[in-house]
Design a binder for this molecule. Structure first.
Ligand code: ITT
Length: 193
């Protein structure tokens, strides 16, 4: 089956295709002639995931899905949350976002945080949502060079490596996106039977 994934983030694409496996051919917005930013202007992850999927579905008519992810830090009242991409600046400046996060957590003993992903799937015109959450904590300085975004600062519960110290398979096994994607993959498998 061919399915369109509404992302411009190459790291996400690699993580997601590893979970879906060989039975699915993932195509990108660029492959379908849709270039530029896909709007994500809603106040929730659910709203943004649906907005991105609907935007692409309206332009291509294809089966598609989109993911929106936020880092929710307990001591910051759930921030940066839905604003995770543009926490420090207008663009996707991962280094600046990480610096601001560390600055805002200075002196705080509660470092608990979680990543939450919502995936919106539009399949044969019907919408479905899948959620994945991973609990963990924010460490005081970046560690590791894999992954992207806040990965160098996030240690998932039950281990001591950051996501940026894991390869894609290790991260997918416990991550927010891996969890949401396995729900999506199980749904696709169930309807193909
Ligand atoms: P697309 O919208 O093109 O898919 P994006 O990078 O904007 O890519 P999101 O809106 O879902 O993706 O994510 C918002 C931000 O959250 C993103 O820019 C990263 O800083 C952070 N983020 C998302 N997933 C992450 C992950 O698995 N690990 C670390 N940080 C992540």
């Amino acid at each position: 089956m061919e399915i369109l994934f509404a992302t411009n983030n190459a790291h996400k694409l690699a993580e997601v295709s590893a979970v879906l496996g060989d039975g699915y051919r993932l195509v990108t917005p660029r492959d379908c002639g849709v270039t530029g930013e896909i709007p994500e202007t809603q106040p929730t992850l659910e709203g943004n995931a649906l907005q991105k999927a609907r935007y692409l579905h309206a332009r291509t008519g294809r089966n598609c899905f989109a993911d929106d992810t936020g880092l929710e830090v307990e001591a910051l009242g759930g921030a940066p949350g839905v604003h995770s991409a543009r926490y420090a600046t207008d663009g996707h400046d991962f280094a600046a976002n990480n610096r601001l996060l560390l600055r805002n957590l200075e002196g705080k003993t509660n470092r608990r945080a979680r990543f939450r992903t919502v995936i919106a799937l539009i399949l044969n015109g019907e919408e479905h949502l899948f959620e994945g959450i991973v609990e963990g904590h924010i460490i005081p300085a970046e560690r590791g060079a894999e992954g992207f975004g806040y990965d160098p600062l996030f240690v998932p519960e039950g281990g001591d490596k950051t996501f940026a110290e894991m390869d894609a398979a290790e991260k997918n096994a416990v991550s927010h996106r891996g969890r949401a994607m396995r729900k999506l993959a199980a749904y696709l498998h169930s309807i193909e039977k």
